[in-house]
Ligand binder design. Structure first.
Ligand code: SF4
Length: 80
């Protein structure tokens, strides 16, 4: 499993601290997002568009709608 996402060394989803109890789900998501379509990852999108501090532990790579809501909220708070 070779990650393409630049954030994998610091991402707790990839490093397993968030998903240690669900190895098969985590493996599928890592292959789909971390190793392939990282730009579609909810965590990646929040990192790039809003900032690392806004990535909630409960945010999984496939939570795109939740990511868009976080990004919209942060942009609105920042007035941009
Ligand atoms: S979960 Fe998302 S942000 Fe984290 S390493 Fe994978 S693609 Fe990157």
């Amino acid at each position: 499993m070779t990650p393409k996402c630049e954030y994998y060394p610091i991402c707790p989803f990839f490093t397993d601290s968030l998903v240690s109890g669900m190895p098969s789900t985590a493996k599928l998501l890592k292959e789909k997002y971390c190793c392939d379509g990282y730009s579609k990852c909810a965590r990646y999108q929040v990192m790039v568009e809003a900032g690392e501090q806004y990535i909630e532990d409960s945010l999984f790579p496939n939570h795109e709608e939740k990511a868009q809501a976080i990004i919209a909220r942060v942009k609105s708070e920042k007035g941009s």
